[in-house]
Design a protein. Structure first.
Length: 166
């Protein structure tokens, strides 16, 4: 009888441990789902605000924090460049793009002279980011890509620059 009680206790302990592990996995999955939902909502709000600013020069003026004066058309282009950049970051943050895929998207974006102007005009914005933050690291990835493409002698832009390790 003592052997049966011991076996039942061990079985009960194992069952509780497995149930606890399953509950933890469900909570973790739920937490990731909530984080992704919050990121999605934040991205949607950011994009809506950028669209309003692109449509209304009076609102765009609020976002004009560049170190030089730019006209309304250039401001709209910069806002759109920002939307493209933030969209790529969003896809990376939710796991839809790994770092190498994000590098490929950045490589394409760097081909556009207006995007490169935007990137140069917003350099001072990135100085306030903590050096170890994901966004600061990705900004340095973009800086390196732009510099590599500027320094390259070949016209084969699609092979310039290597993605950094994750």
């Amino acid at each position: 009888m003592a052997t049966q009680s011991s076996a039942i206790r061990r079985f009960g302990s194992a069952a509780r441990a497995k149930a606890g592990s399953a509950v933890g996995a469900v909570r973790e999955r739920g937490s990731r789902h909530r984080r992704r939902a919050v990121l999605t909502e934040q991205h949607r709000l950011h994009f809506d605000l950028l669209c309003k600013a692109m449509d209304d020069p009076a609102l765009a003026a609020v976002l004009n924090t560049y170190e030089t004066e730019i006209g309304p058309e250039k401001q709209r282009q910069y806002l759109f460049a920002n939307a493209l950049y933030i969209n790529a970051l969003y896809f990376h943050r939710i796991g839809a793009l790994d770092r190498a895929e994000l590098h490929g998207h950045f490589r394409i974006m760097c081909q556009n002279p207006v995007f490169r102007e935007y990137w140069a005009a917003t350099k001072h914005h990135r100085k306030s980011l903590p050096d170890t933050s994901d966004e600061a690291q990705l900004g340095r990835m973009m800086d390196t890509l732009i510099q590599d493409q500027t320094d390259a002698e070949a016209d084969e832009w699609w092979v310039i620059g290597e993605p950094d390790e994750e």
